[in-house]
Design a protein around this ligand. Structure first.
Ligand SMILES: Cc1cc2nc3c(=O)[nH]c(=O)nc-3n(C[C@H](O)[C@H](O)[C@H](O)COP(=O)(O)OP(=O)(O)OC[C@H]3O[C@@H](n4cnc5c(N)ncnc54)[C@H](O)[C@@H]3O)c2cc1C
Length: 418
């Protein structure tokens, strides 16, 4: 498929944030868009598992939510455990005074992307403009606006000379055991007998490590005949580098050592021992935080712009499930700003400066939130254990209060910063 030589808006990267930008621009009546990706559709690997309420609102505003709601699970509770008991349980249903969507949507990223692609198809922004192109091909497109939605290793960002670094100057990215995560979409020999079966997502802290456990929506299970679960485990520093695609044995060994007893294969700690017997997909991930110094750079002639959204603009630990949600909101909020710039057909770059400053501020606060969370999880690696035990007792006490549950849910939801 050949590329046009010219377009008003070129979106580089058709991941969730690039597609959200296309949907938002279309919603604003801007149809002269080209969206390009180095990969074929569907090759992006499974990563995000939840979409937060503020992002559900944003997707609803561009008419792209119904399809996702029909696949995903409504996650109302997120439990934080210390292996033996609850520390805190977040209740998203307490958000009902603030949103039409008082839950987080549990849906694998591949399904989020497929839902967006289908919507773009319906709108006619599809194959005609969804090019699977390598720019090494020699193609040249002239565009007034270029949106860099090309992920953490963004070429657009680098070409625009925009610096990408930790906002707190913490360039070593040493988060102890949390520096490295192993994750997999798996099936167990028998469904784990959970202490809190209705919990949508559970996080277990154990001696400076953490495990995340979530059940896939039935509609999104790779094998409809049995339940699939996403597990994410921190890798103890002493274990060294995790394999690229961790096996069932590797993941089970992490669960046995640092996971909740309910996922253990050891009868001594779990009266209903279970074991991973199939891995549909697995990976490892190193956590790091970085935010682009600028989300906006004017083009040399001053009339156009390079704009960054999504992982091209900010990355951080996946703890808290924030990255894609934040990036989709960057993209959807950019639509009206870009429209205003086009309509004014002027070099009123203040529009972009204001948008960029507010989106960057949001990214910096999400980085702070994920670092705070990592600080709590890794406390046992750094702090004298009686102090940690005392801190957990306070957390357990505070976690009983509805206002605390609501406060945590509100912060995770992104609603404070729409
Ligand atoms: C383990 C894990 C769990 C996560 N869980 C969550 C979660 O629960 N909730 C959440 O909100 N977020 C989560 N995230 C973060 C989320 O996955 C990312 O924030 C999200 O994928 C970013 O989307 P994006 O569109 O900006 O970038 P990407 O998804 O990286 O997409 C970028 C696209 O650009 C294309 N591209 C790259 N370079 C070029 C180029 N030079 N030319 C053309 N195309 C190019 C790529 O092929 C790709 O399709 C998680 C991340 C990880 C690692």
């Amino acid at each position: 498929m050949s590329l046009p030589q010219q377009t008003t808006v070129l979106i580089v990267g058709a991941g969730p944030c690039g597609m959200a930008a296309a949907l938002s621009l279309n919603h604003q009546g801007i149809h002269d868009i080209v969206i390009v990706d180095a990969l074929f559709a569907g090759e992006n690997s499974s990563r995000a598992m939840v979409i937060q309420a503020a992002t559900l609102e944003a997707l609803n505003n561009v008419d792209c939510l119904d399809g996702l709601l029909s696949v995903g699970n409504k996650v109302e509770t997120l439990g934080l455990h210390d292996g033996s008991s609850y520390l805190l349980s977040t209740d998203f249903s307490l958000l009902s005074p603030y949103t039409k969507f008082p839950f987080a949507l549990g849906i694998p990223q591949t399904y989020t992307e497929a839902g967006m692609l289908e919507k773009l198809d319906q709108l006619g922004i599809k194959k005609k403009e969804m090019f699977e192109v390598r720019f090494e091909s020699g193609d040249i497109i002239t565009a007034k606006y270029v949106i860099g939605a090309d992920g953490a290793h963004s070429v657009v960002r680098d070409e625009a000379g925009i610096v990408f670094k930790d906002p707190n100057g913490d360039e070593k990215h040493d988060h102890g055991n949390l520096s490295q995560l192993a994750l997999g979409d798996v099936a167990f020999t028998s469904p784990p007998q959970l202490a809190t079966p209705n919990e949508g997502v559970s996080l277990t802290l154990s001696n400076g490590n953490f495990t995340l456990f979530a059940r896939f929506p039935t509609n999104a299970s790779p094998d409809k005949s049995r339940p699939t679960y996403r597990i994410v485990c921190s890798v103890p520093v002493a274990d060294g580098t995790a394999p690229h695609a961790p096996s069932a044995e590797y993941l089970q060994s992490l669960l046995d050592r640092v996971g909740p007893p309910t996922l253990s294969s050891n009868l001594a700690v779990n009266p209903h021992p279970t074991r991973i017997d199939h891995v549909y997909w697995s990976s490892r991930y190193r956590t790091r935080s970085a935010v682009a110094d600028r989300y906006f750079a004017p083009t040399p002639n001053g009339t156009g712009a390079v704009l960054l959204i999504g992982d091209a603009a900010h990355i951080h630990s996946p703890i808290g499930g924030q990255g894609m949600s934040l990036g989709i909101r960057d993209a959807i909020s950019l639509g009206p700003v870009l429209k205003a710039h086009i309509v004014e057909s002027s070099a009123n770059n203040q529009l972009f400066e204001d948008w960029a400053a507010s989106r960057r501020q949001r990214a910096v606060s999400v980085v702070a939130l994920t670092k705070e969370t990592m600080g709590i999880i890794t406390a046992p690696q750094r702090v004298w254990s009686p102090i940690v035990a005392f801190g957990f007792t306070i957390l357990r006490f505070l976690g009983r209060f509805t206002f605390v549950k609501r406060m945590v849910a509100y912060r995770l939801s992104g609603l404070a910063e729409i």
